[in-house]
Design a protein around this ligand. Structure first.
Ligand code: NAI
Ligand code: MG
Length: 336
């Protein structure tokens, strides 16, 4: 499928380190992956603020080509050009699902101990369609677009994810009491698609109630599926629940590609100091390994991270320790 694919390697992985701590956490993560005995060929691409300065483009065509030809992409972070880089890449690659696992790890600022759910957010429509927003004589209007095709696709993805990952329940989140047509349709589709998964429990909540339940009983959730805007907001609530950007990975999945990235940005305040927490990037790599069915390696890396957090001896500053990125990298390699 890929022109760049070599015979020797099982997978081609596009690697876009980007700006600031993006390149620091990426270097750390690739070093760790190199200790996992994986048959990967890494192809590096440039993007971000520094790339814009150097080439005149924040996301050069060549980088898009690299991502298109790869089996998966690891992305660090961009700076001020983030919207031009990551939003454009998601569109170019038609990555319709945005996945945000929310998991409590030991020795972190998690609000509860047994949180472990994932938010599956529709990434292509809803309220986030730029050309549907316009100024009017009275002010401005934004249109919210809900299509059967896109919502069936994301809801089916969520149920299939639940099935593949031994989850027992999927929660559909909407506001069908007020948005009777658009979210009424979402809710109908949720139960229609759900019929194909008889072994998985289904429930649905209004988004406002969900925002509260996430605080009062977060352990109730396993898989949440929702539309674009609601997913965006609940995802950041999820990040707040388990404390700290340095720990939160994400995935963008499409039919022809997938991109894995930490939720954090380029962190200019700590960039270049060698103290960034590489765990969010490493957990993004864990998601990639599972996506590529490299489950054994994925679990190995995840367990090493869990051990590191449980022992709490080698932690970066954001987690209350004083270790450098390199020290965490070396400790993870030891724990593997
Ligand atoms: P940020 O995530 O870069 O930083 C927020 C705060 O969290 C900072 O104090 C930072 O030091 C800390 N932090 C973040 N990741 C950390 C890590 N791995 N280890 C330790 N501390 C960490 O968000 P901010 O400050 O709003 O944005 C900075 C730049 O990043 C902006 O130019 C923004 O456009 C860009 N950005 C890029 C994103 C992307 O590429 N996907 C996402 C979010 C922001
Ligand atoms: Mg957001």
């Amino acid at each position: 499928m890929s022109t760049l694919k070599t015979k020797e390697n099982k997978y081609n992985i596009a690697v876009i380190p980007g700006d600031g701590i993006g390149s620091e956490v990426m270097e750390s993560t690739i070093t760790v992956l190199n200790n996992l005995n994986l048959d990967f060929n890494y192809i590096y691409g440039e993007a971000g603020d520094a790339c814009l300065e150097k080439t005149g483009y924040a996301l050069p065509e060549k980088t898009i080509e690299i991502v298109r030809n790869a089996d998966a992409c690891l992305f660090g972070a961009a700076g001020e050009t983030a919207a031009d880089v990551i939003v454009k890449l998601r569109q170019e690659m038609k990555m319709f699902a945005n996945l945000r696992p929310v998991k409590s790890y030991p020795n972190t600022n998690s609000l509860a101990e047994n949180i472990d759910f994932i938010i599956v957010r529709e990434n292509t429509e809803g309220l986030y369609i730029a050309d549907k927003e316009e100024f009017t004589d009275e002010g401005a209007v934004a249109k919210r677009v809900i299509t059967r095709e896109a919502e069936e696709r994301i809801i089916d993805y969520a149920f299939q994810y639940a099935k593949d990952n031994n989850k027992s329940k999927v929660t559909g989140v909407h506001k069908a009491n007020v948005l009777k047509k658009s979210d009424g349709l979402f809710k109908d589709i949720f139960y229609e698609v759900g019929e194909k998964y008889p072994d998985i429990e289904k429930e649905d909540f209004y988004v406002d109630a969900t925002a509260m339940y996430l605080i009062t009983q977060p352990e109730k959730f396993e898989v949440i599926v929702t539309t674009n805007l609601f997913g965006d907001i609940l995802s950041d609530e999820g990040a707040g629940l388990v404390g700290g950007l340095g720990l939160i990975p994400s995935a963008n999945i499409g039919n022809d590609g997938a991109l894995f990235e930490p939720v954090h940005g380029s962190a200019p305040d700590i960039a270049g100091k060698g103290i960034a927490n590489p765990i969010a990037m490493m957990l993004s790599a864990v998601m990639m390994l599972k996506y590529l069915d490299e489950n054994e390696s994925g679990e190995k890396l995840e367990n090493a991270i869990l051990k590191l957090l449980t022992e709490a001896k080698v932690l970066t500053g954001d987690l209350g320790g004083n270790a450098t990125t390199n020290e965490v990298t070396n400790e993870i390699i030891k724990l593997l």
